[in-house]
Design a protein around this ligand. Structure first.
Ligand SMILES: *Cc1c(COP(=O)(O)O)cnc(C)c1O
Length: 389
């Protein structure tokens, strides 16, 4: 029977045990046994798909991978202990000394550190291009460019990158197109449809959606995933079976959760857009967003994140956090509970003023991860704290 991706994300499961449980079993084991020497030999020789050791594969982890492949329209995947280990594995498996990586200045902070601090140590060079203008990127491609790596929407600036434009560019120059799809999630946007060969997630965020476990995954074309699997199998950043079990249960509600996160976010964005304390508010599905047309084309909804610039700058940003009564002050995003963050004094405080400006992190920028509480309670807390900024 042919099924929609969200149905498959609910129905695909690890094999039942003899108990015939309805919910998926948790295969909490580090290794697997064999009937005899021959079965064991064949498994180690890659002649069978038998599980050997949970660093390589495990049925509970495979269930999470298969569900994510169904959602992203991918052939294969590998699940990792965190989003960063998925990002790092995608680089290490596909880049070598002498290669060049094209990326944007507007990317997740730890990814920026890997690209600018660690990859150059191994002879891998990079160029950052302007996220807002992919038509300029072709000029930055060199003979040794191997991969284009992007996020859209970007964190925390919420720029939208045109996936069709970048996908066509990657195809023309035979580059691996690698997309961190964490902010949108696969129920909102599927980059492989635009030519991405690899799609990465921090499962810690919306995929878990309840702030419980760290996890990551990379899915994509079979031949590209094969190299990532071989790298991870030897170096060991694998996801724990317990976290995979938690994450698979979360995928069963991803579509309904994201619809509510996005409708709450749109409601709050509309209510705050003209607020006198706010200089500029950004949300992909507001017509005022600079790449609104692209967002409408490639995203099913505007996602659960919005950001705004307070007129009062750094001091107002800190006051905004101090006076919150309900929203959480925490580093995570993509939770049932709404979260506020002030990047200039926290996640991006180590950057120079110039680096912050390049990624549009102004002193009074506030990022809100909109949760599943009643929308008027979320808005009410933001309005009362704005009064004090
Ligand atoms: C959080 C995040 C990551 C890193 O994921 P971890 O699970 O924290 O390692 C990567 N990319 C984006 C866009 C993120 O928000």
């Amino acid at each position: 029977m042919s099924m929609h991706p969200i149905t498959r994300a609910i129905r695909i499961r690890a094999d039942q045990t003899a108990e015939r449980e309805h919910s998926s079993p948790l295969h909490l084991t580090s290794s697997f046994t064999f009937e005899d020497a021959e079965q064991m030999r064949a498994a180690f020789a890659d002649e069978t798909d038998d599980n050997i050791y949970s660093r390589f594969s495990n049925p509970t982890i495979q269930e999470f991978i298969d569900r994510m492949c169904a959602l992203e329209g991918a052939e294969a995947g590998f699940a990792t202990a965190s989003g960063m280990s998925a990002v790092f594995a995608s680089f290490m498996a596909h880049l070598k000394a002498g290669d060049h990586l094209l990326s944007c200045n507007a990317i997740f902070g730890s990814t920026h550190t890997v690209i600018t601090k660690y990859l150059p140590r191994y002879g891998i060079d990079y160029t950052y291009v302007d996220a807002a203008d992919p038509r300029q990127w072709e000029a930055a491609i060199r003979p040794n460019t191997k991969m284009i790596y992007i996020e859209t929407p970007t964190n925390p600036g919420l720029d939208i990158i045109d996936l069709a434009v970048v996908g066509a560019l990657a195809e023309k120059h035979h580059l691996i197109f690698n997309v961190d799809n964490c902010f949108a999630t696969p129920v909102c946007q599927t980059p492989m449809q635009y030519g991405a060969g690899l799609v990465i997630h921090s499962a810690t965020k919306w995929l878990d959606g309840q702030g419980r476990v760290l996890g990551g995954i990379v899915v994509g074309k079979k031949e590209l995933i094969r190299d990532i699997y071989l790298f991870c199998r030897s170096t060991g950043p694998s996801l724990s079976p317990f976290n995979a079990w938690v994450l698979s249960r979360s995928l069963e509600t991803l579509d309904v959760r994201m619809e509510r996160h996005a409708s709450n976010a749109l409601y709050i964005a509309q209510a705050l857009e003209e607020h006198p304390k706010i200089a500029k508010l950004k949300y992909p599905f507001l017509p005022s967003h600079p790449q609104h047309d692209i967002a409408r084309r490639q995203m099913k909804n505007g996602g659960g994140i919005l950001c705004f610039e307070l007129r009062g700058g750094l001091a107002a940003g800190r006051k905004f956090l101090d006076h919150l009564q309900m929203l959480s002050r925490t580093a995570n995003l993509g939770d049932t509970r709404s979260i506020a963050s002030h990047p200039a004094s926290t996640t991006h405080a180590k950057l120079t003023e110039e680096e912050r400006q390049a990624v549009h992190i102004t002193p009074g920028l506030i990022r809100i991860s909109v949760g599943l509480e009643h929308r008027d309670d979320i808005l009410g807390d933001i309005l009362q704290t704005l009064d004090k900024c």
